[in-house]
Write a protein that binds this ligand. Sequence first.
Ligand SMILES: [Zn+2]
Length: 49
Amino acid sequence: MVEALYKCAKCGKEFKMDLAITREIRCPYCGAKIIYKPRPKVARRIKAI
Ligand SMILES: [Zn+2]
């Protein structure tokens, strides 16, 4: 699963998309194709137990 948070440029709503399934990124609320790329939170480290 490659789920990431995106933000619509038109309505400004944030939504999650799975790029493994979705080829075309669209806003599920207004259907706009202009989407901001998600801000990567790479600083977080997750320990695997
Ligand atoms: Zn939208």
